[in-house]
Design a protein around this ligand. Structure first.
Ligand code: NAD
Ligand code: DAO
Ligand code: ZN
Length: 370
């Protein structure tokens, strides 16, 4: 069949809207009609050509929500008409990682997903006979997409697609890092480096679990207002306290150091600050930000000897099929705020404007509505 899609033909060029071919679902796969998709920094990173896994031409997009329209042979966990969120971190429940219950990093389709292909090693997308690659196993910048059934989370049908699509990446990454990776306890002191779309979700996750102080750190003081709305109690501007005094400022504010810090920038220098502002003996720093390839983190090993912990979190540590439906429930129950984070919506034809708004720092999240 045919589908409308925004195609990335090559790095650093705007996407173009095309009518392309999409093959039907094979065994274990489903055809999903995307109803909405967020535009994330990771899409822009890949489009910039800096992503070593990035392949072109491709249908980008990994933050969607839609409806199952067709199922391939052997599909048992979803049916036609189910509402789903595509998962770039699938959950097969059978691989060593899934069975371990210690990580959300399912390995079942990792190799082919990284190559822009479906698990059988082929692409379902083509245009004028030429192959177009999938992206992060999702390709939500296409009206219709094909996904393995292990890479969709079935969600309640009363949840609005144009809001819950953000749970496909940003919301889950931030809130999940608090709830699933760090397991922040009520009364904890939390520090969040970077108050963008991810950091704001860390903040509201920390508020949801009952954190005490929630300190935000950002070079842009204009970010503080929105962060306060989401639960930030204190703001540290590195340029106001001195960039080399950020750690001391946080140690002072927390009476000895943070119980938890979250790095949501992707900068190896702030990663070091985030570790070193943690409390001696137990403070844990979670790296969420993705640093440029080739960069390395550093600290004095004595920071770890004296009990600070360094960890990372991908997709918030969430097991997609199990945890994403719960996060949709939290939204529908009013426990988390997504509406105020979606600052712009647009039709697929205007998707490049969504990228521009992100680059200009004018949006938190732009959502394309099909
Ligand atoms: P963003 O650009 O919207 O926000 C980053 C914020 O950091 C901005 O407010 C900016 O002003 C601030 N900042 C930049 N440099 C700073 C510095 N030196 N000190 C203090 N503040 C500084 O980005 P985002 O969408 O929130 O994403 C944050 C990071 O999370 C990115 O690296 C992204 O790739 C990563 N990410 C990780 C995962 C995961 O699963 N681990 C998932 C999605 C995104
Ligand atoms: O299993 O090796 C793996 C890959 C897991 C992918 C996790 C992605 C985390 C961060 C990328 C940003 C996503 C938008
Ligand atoms: Zn698995």
């Amino acid at each position: 069949m045919k589908t409308r899609a925004a195609v990335a033909w090559e790095a650093n060029k705007p996407l173009t809207i095309e009518t392309i071919e999409i093959g039907g679902p094979k065994a274990g796969e489903v055809l999903v009609e995307n109803k909405a998709t967020g535009i994330c920094h990771t899409d822009a990173y890949t489009l910039s050509g800096l992503d070593s896994e990035g392949k072109f031409p491709a249908v980008l997009g990994h933050e969607g929500a839609g409806i199952v329209r067709e199922v391939g042979p052997g599909v048992t966990s979803v049916k036609v008409g189910d509402h789903v969120i595509p998962l770039y971190t699938p959950e097969c429940r059978q691989c060593k990682s899934c069975l371990s219950q210690r990580t959300n990093l399912c390995t079942a389709i990792r190799a082919t997903q990284g190559q822009g292909l479906m698990p059988d090693g082929t692409s379902r997308f083509s245009c004028d006979g030429g192959e177009i690659f999938h992206y992060m196993g999702c390709s939500t910048f296409s009206n219709f997409t094909v996904l393995p059934e292990i890479a969709v989370a079935k969600v309640r049908e009363d949840a609005p697609f144009d809001k819950i699509c953000y749970i496909g990446c940003g919301v889950t990454t931030g809130i999940g890092a608090v709830v699933y990776t760090a397991k922040v306890w009520p009364g904890a002191n939390v520090v969040v480096f970077g108050l963008g779309g991810i950091g704001l979700n860390v903040i509201q996750g920390a508020r949801m679990v009952g954190a005490d102080k929630i300190i935000g750190v950002d070079l842009n003081p204009a970010k503080a207002e929105m962060a306060k709305k989401f639960g930030m109690t204190d703001f540290v501007n590195p340029d106001a306290v001195g960039r080399d005094k950020v750690v001391q400022a946080i140690v002072d504010l927390t009476g000895g150091g943070a119980d938890f810090s979250f790095e949501c920038i992707g900068n190896v220098h702030t990663m070091r600050q985030a570790l070193e502002c943690c409390h001696r003996g137990w403070g844990t720093s979670i790296i969420i930000g993705v640093a440029p390839s080739g960069t390395e983190i550093a600290t004095r090993p004595f920071q770890l000897v004296t009990g600070r912990n360094w960890r990372g979190s991908a997709f918030g540590g969430a097991r997609g099929r199990t945890d994403v439906p719960k996060i949709v429930d939290w939204y529908m129950e009013g426990k988390i705020n997504i509406d105020d984070l979606i600052t712009h919506t647009m039709p697929l034809e205007d998707i490049n404007q969504g990228f521009d708004l992100m680059h200009e720092g004018k949006s938190i999240r732009s959502v394309v509505i099909y």
